[in-house]
Ligand binder design. Structure first.
Ligand SMILES: [Zn+2]
Length: 255
């Protein structure tokens, strides 16, 4: 069984026994796998997830009324964001069995925000699920780690990181988990394909901004970004990977 499928089966077994814990830390960058786990939590059709119901479909693009995604505003996740998140969890759910709070780049919680969060992590309101996501466990405060169960996400090996969400997650974190040149090339290829698609849609549907994190770029900026990506791609055997990630991030206005 592939590592991803093992985690899916594990979670689905927890669901059947009704023992999915309230707070988890997901270590890694496999956002699409996290999306599948969230579907398991709230799909009422099967013991895994059906992929077809109202809830599953909304979780596909992480837009569900019972899901709140918190991510850094600027360089950190601030105390006000955590205050709002706690309020969100304390309300009753709209439709799904559980309210889900997802904190991306949890290593960027300020000390104040983390402290405020501790009590909720330990005793979350009924029917809630909290998932923290971080690239490396070492970057998370021990007081937070001790309150959560940990899941190491399998690394996306030998496979292009296809989804825009995954590419965006890596760029926003400013950190590329692997130091393997091959993985970095695949990441660049994925991003080039995404920008190329974006360019095509700009030509065919002039003026329509579309959605996603690349949508703020205009035509000229998209072309410049592509040109710069090709340069980095040509140097991808020698370039400093995390420096390159941050250059790309700036070029794409992805702060
Ligand atoms: Zn479903």
């Amino acid at each position: 069984m592939k590592p991803e499928e093992k985690i899916i089966s594990y979670f689905s077994a927890l669901k059947q026994k009704k023992i999915i814990g309230p707070s988890y830390i997901f270590i890694g960058e496999n956002l699409s796998l996290i999306g599948r786990l969230l579907k398991i939590i709230n799909c009422q059709e099967t013991s895994k997830y059906c992929g077809q119901c109202w809830s599953c479909k909304r979780l596909d693009d992480f837009k569900h009324p019972d899901l709140l995604v918190v991510e850094p505003e600027g360089v950190s996740i601030k105390i006000n964001q955590i205050r709002q998140a706690i309020r969100f969890l304390s309300r009753s759910s709209y439709l799904a069995p559980k309210k889900i709070l997802l904190v991306k780049d949890a290593q960027k919680l300020t000390a104040e925000a983390a402290n405020l969060f501790l009590k909720t992590l330990e005793e979350p309101p009924n029917n809630s699920f909290i998932g923290l996501i971080c690239p490396k466990l070492e970057d998370i405060l021990p007081t937070i780690i001790s309150r959560c169960r940990k899941i190491y996400l399998p690394y996306l090996e030998n496979k292009a990181i296809k989804s825009e969400d995954d590419v965006e997650a890596i760029l926003r974190s400013g950190y590329f988990g692997s130091q393997k040149r091959k993985d970095f090339s695949l990441f660049l290829e994925s991003l080039i394909i995404l920008l190329h698609k974006r360019l095509k849609s700009k030509i065919s549907y002039a003026g329509q901004p579309g959605s996603g994190f690349l949508s703020s770029l205009d035509f000229k900026e998209t072309i410049t970004a592509l040109e710069n990506l090709f340069k980095i791609y040509q140097a991808s055997g020698t370039v400093n990977i995390n420096l390159a990630i941050n250059l790309i991030k700036m070029g794409l206005k992805c702060s």
